[in-house]
Design a protein around this ligand. Structure first.
Ligand code: FNR
Length: 177
Protein backbone atom coordinates (compact mmCIF):
# COMPACT_ATOMS: atom_id res chain seq x y z
CA UNK A 1 0.00 0.00 0.00
CA UNK A 2 1.24 3.48 -0.92
CA UNK A 3 -0.22 6.52 0.81
CA UNK A 4 -0.35 9.69 -1.26
CA UNK A 5 -1.48 13.19 -0.31
CA UNK A 6 -2.95 15.16 -3.22
CA UNK A 7 -2.96 18.96 -3.13
CA UNK A 8 -4.64 21.25 -5.66
CA UNK A 9 -3.31 24.80 -5.78
CA UNK A 10 -6.70 26.14 -6.87
CA UNK A 11 -9.55 27.13 -4.56
CA UNK A 12 -11.95 27.49 -7.50
CA UNK A 13 -14.99 25.26 -7.36
CA UNK A 14 -14.74 24.37 -11.06
CA UNK A 15 -10.95 24.23 -11.06
CA UNK A 16 -9.37 22.29 -13.90
CA UNK A 17 -6.44 21.43 -11.63
CA UNK A 18 -8.74 19.98 -8.98
CA UNK A 19 -10.62 18.07 -11.70
CA UNK A 20 -7.31 16.80 -13.05
CA UNK A 21 -6.16 15.76 -9.57
CA UNK A 22 -9.41 13.82 -9.09
CA UNK A 23 -9.04 12.20 -12.52
CA UNK A 24 -5.49 11.12 -11.65
CA UNK A 25 -6.73 9.57 -8.41
CA UNK A 26 -9.39 7.75 -10.46
CA UNK A 27 -6.74 6.31 -12.78
CA UNK A 28 -4.39 5.21 -10.01
CA UNK A 29 -3.93 1.55 -9.07
CA UNK A 30 -6.03 0.34 -6.12
CA UNK A 31 -3.10 -0.10 -3.74
CA UNK A 32 -2.51 3.66 -3.84
CA UNK A 33 -4.46 5.16 -0.95
CA UNK A 34 -5.21 8.84 -1.49
CA UNK A 35 -5.96 11.68 0.86
CA UNK A 36 -6.95 15.05 -0.57
CA UNK A 37 -5.68 18.03 1.38
CA UNK A 38 -8.64 20.33 1.69
CA UNK A 39 -7.33 22.94 4.09
CA UNK A 40 -5.35 25.22 1.77
CA UNK A 41 -7.85 28.05 2.14
CA UNK A 42 -7.99 27.69 5.94
CA UNK A 43 -4.31 28.29 6.59
CA UNK A 44 -3.49 31.63 8.19
CA UNK A 45 -1.02 33.87 6.39
CA UNK A 46 2.49 32.73 7.14
CA UNK A 47 4.01 34.65 10.00
CA UNK A 48 7.21 33.45 11.70
CA UNK A 49 5.98 34.99 14.96
CA UNK A 50 3.34 32.26 15.27
CA UNK A 51 5.40 29.49 13.65
CA UNK A 52 6.08 27.02 16.45
CA UNK A 53 5.07 23.49 17.52
CA UNK A 54 1.94 24.86 19.14
CA UNK A 55 1.20 26.78 15.96
CA UNK A 56 -2.21 27.24 14.36
CA UNK A 57 -4.36 24.08 14.13
CA UNK A 58 -4.70 24.17 10.29
CA UNK A 59 -0.92 24.36 10.03
CA UNK A 60 -0.46 21.38 12.37
CA UNK A 61 -2.99 19.51 10.25
CA UNK A 62 -1.06 20.26 7.04
CA UNK A 63 2.21 19.17 8.59
CA UNK A 64 0.84 15.93 10.01
CA UNK A 65 -0.95 15.01 6.78
CA UNK A 66 2.31 15.33 4.84
CA UNK A 67 4.22 13.46 7.54
CA UNK A 68 1.81 10.52 7.36
CA UNK A 69 2.07 9.83 3.62
CA UNK A 70 4.66 8.14 1.43
CA UNK A 71 4.37 10.66 -1.39
CA UNK A 72 2.75 13.93 -2.43
CA UNK A 73 1.07 14.99 -5.69
CA UNK A 74 0.60 18.69 -6.39
CA UNK A 75 -1.59 19.99 -9.24
CA UNK A 76 -1.49 23.74 -9.57
CA UNK A 77 -2.50 26.64 -11.77
CA UNK A 78 -0.33 29.69 -12.38
CA UNK A 79 -1.41 33.18 -11.37
CA UNK A 80 0.48 36.26 -12.51
CA UNK A 81 3.39 34.13 -13.74
CA UNK A 82 3.80 32.59 -10.30
CA UNK A 83 2.64 29.99 -7.77
CA UNK A 84 -0.86 30.74 -6.42
CA UNK A 85 -0.54 32.61 -3.13
CA UNK A 86 -2.46 29.97 -1.16
CA UNK A 87 -0.08 27.23 -2.25
CA UNK A 88 3.06 29.30 -1.64
CA UNK A 89 1.64 30.25 1.75
CA UNK A 90 1.22 26.55 2.62
CA UNK A 91 4.81 25.82 1.59
CA UNK A 92 6.07 28.79 3.61
CA UNK A 93 4.60 27.09 6.69
CA UNK A 94 6.76 24.02 5.94
CA UNK A 95 10.14 25.71 5.53
CA UNK A 96 10.87 25.51 9.27
CA UNK A 97 9.97 21.79 9.35
CA UNK A 98 11.42 18.65 7.82
CA UNK A 99 8.08 17.11 6.73
CA UNK A 100 9.00 17.25 3.03
CA UNK A 101 12.53 15.88 3.56
CA UNK A 102 13.09 13.12 0.96
CA UNK A 103 9.34 12.90 0.34
CA UNK A 104 8.72 11.69 -3.22
CA UNK A 105 6.77 14.53 -4.84
CA UNK A 106 5.11 14.80 -8.25
CA UNK A 107 4.48 18.30 -9.57
CA UNK A 108 1.91 19.12 -12.24
CA UNK A 109 0.82 22.49 -13.55
CA UNK A 110 -2.14 22.85 -15.87
CA UNK A 111 -3.41 25.92 -17.67
CA UNK A 112 -5.75 26.83 -20.53
CA UNK A 113 -2.85 28.81 -22.03
CA UNK A 114 -0.23 27.40 -24.43
CA UNK A 115 2.46 27.70 -21.71
CA UNK A 116 0.82 25.31 -19.25
CA UNK A 117 1.81 27.27 -16.15
CA UNK A 118 5.51 26.68 -16.73
CA UNK A 119 6.60 29.63 -14.56
CA UNK A 120 4.55 28.45 -11.58
CA UNK A 121 5.92 24.95 -12.15
CA UNK A 122 9.54 26.14 -12.15
CA UNK A 123 8.99 28.34 -9.13
CA UNK A 124 7.31 25.52 -7.23
CA UNK A 125 10.28 23.25 -7.91
CA UNK A 126 12.61 25.91 -6.45
CA UNK A 127 10.60 26.08 -3.23
CA UNK A 128 10.20 22.29 -2.99
CA UNK A 129 13.96 21.94 -3.55
CA UNK A 130 14.57 24.31 -0.66
CA UNK A 131 12.58 22.06 1.68
CA UNK A 132 14.34 18.96 0.31
CA UNK A 133 11.38 17.29 -1.34
CA UNK A 134 12.45 14.37 -3.54
CA UNK A 135 11.11 15.54 -6.90
CA UNK A 136 10.17 12.37 -8.76
CA UNK A 137 11.95 11.76 -12.04
CA UNK A 138 9.15 11.38 -14.58
CA UNK A 139 6.70 12.84 -12.07
CA UNK A 140 6.61 16.33 -13.55
CA UNK A 141 4.11 17.57 -16.09
CA UNK A 142 3.39 20.99 -17.57
CA UNK A 143 0.01 20.75 -19.27
CA UNK A 144 -1.04 23.42 -21.80
CA UNK A 145 -4.61 23.78 -23.14
CA UNK A 146 -6.04 21.82 -20.21
CA UNK A 147 -9.61 22.89 -21.04
CA UNK A 148 -9.38 21.11 -24.39
CA UNK A 149 -8.16 17.88 -22.77
CA UNK A 150 -10.88 17.22 -20.20
CA UNK A 151 -14.64 16.84 -20.39
CA UNK A 152 -17.05 19.00 -18.39
CA UNK A 153 -17.60 15.94 -16.19
CA UNK A 154 -13.90 15.90 -15.31
CA UNK A 155 -12.70 12.96 -17.41
CA UNK A 156 -9.45 13.15 -19.36
CA UNK A 157 -10.42 13.10 -23.04
CA UNK A 158 -6.96 13.58 -24.54
CA UNK A 159 -5.16 10.28 -25.18
CA UNK A 160 -1.71 11.86 -25.02
CA UNK A 161 -2.47 13.36 -21.61
CA UNK A 162 -3.93 10.09 -20.39
CA UNK A 163 -0.67 8.33 -21.34
CA UNK A 164 1.41 11.01 -19.62
CA UNK A 165 -0.65 10.69 -16.45
CA UNK A 166 -0.16 6.93 -16.45
CA UNK A 167 3.60 7.48 -16.66
CA UNK A 168 3.48 9.89 -13.74
CA UNK A 169 1.57 7.32 -11.68
CA UNK A 170 4.15 4.66 -12.53
CA UNK A 171 6.96 7.02 -11.56
CA UNK A 172 5.19 7.79 -8.28
CA UNK A 173 4.82 4.11 -7.55
CA UNK A 174 8.45 3.41 -8.37
CA UNK A 175 9.65 6.27 -6.18
CA UNK A 176 7.86 4.71 -3.20
CA UNK A 177 9.06 1.12 -3.69
C1 FNR B 1 -4.82 33.57 -14.59
N1 FNR B 1 -4.43 32.56 -15.44
C2 FNR B 1 -3.10 32.38 -15.74
N2 FNR B 1 -2.67 31.31 -16.48
C3 FNR B 1 -1.36 31.12 -16.75
O1 FNR B 1 -1.00 30.14 -17.39
N3 FNR B 1 -0.43 32.02 -16.30
C4 FNR B 1 -0.76 33.11 -15.55
O2 FNR B 1 0.10 33.87 -15.16
C5 FNR B 1 -2.14 33.32 -15.26
N4 FNR B 1 -2.54 34.38 -14.49
C6 FNR B 1 -3.86 34.50 -14.12
C7 FNR B 1 -4.26 35.54 -13.29
C8 FNR B 1 -5.58 35.67 -12.91
C9 FNR B 1 -5.98 36.81 -12.03
C10 FNR B 1 -6.53 34.71 -13.33
C11 FNR B 1 -7.97 34.80 -12.90
C12 FNR B 1 -6.15 33.70 -14.16
C13 FNR B 1 -5.42 31.65 -16.03
C14 FNR B 1 -5.54 30.39 -15.22
O3 FNR B 1 -4.61 29.45 -15.69
C15 FNR B 1 -6.95 29.83 -15.36
O4 FNR B 1 -7.87 30.72 -14.76
C16 FNR B 1 -7.07 28.44 -14.77
O5 FNR B 1 -8.34 27.91 -15.10
C17 FNR B 1 -6.90 28.45 -13.26
O6 FNR B 1 -6.75 27.14 -12.81
P1 FNR B 1 -7.95 26.27 -12.23
O7 FNR B 1 -8.65 27.10 -11.19
O8 FNR B 1 -8.86 25.97 -13.39
O9 FNR B 1 -7.31 25.04 -11.68
Amino acid sequence: EIKVLAISGSLREKSSNTALMNAIIGLAPKHMKWTIFKGLGDLPHFNPDIDNDEGPVPVRELRSQIQEVDAVLICTPEYGNGVPGVLKNALDWLVSTSVFMNKPTAVISASPTPMGGDKAHASLLLTLGMINAAIIEGGNLIIPHITLKMSKEGAITDEGLQAEIEKVLQALEQACS
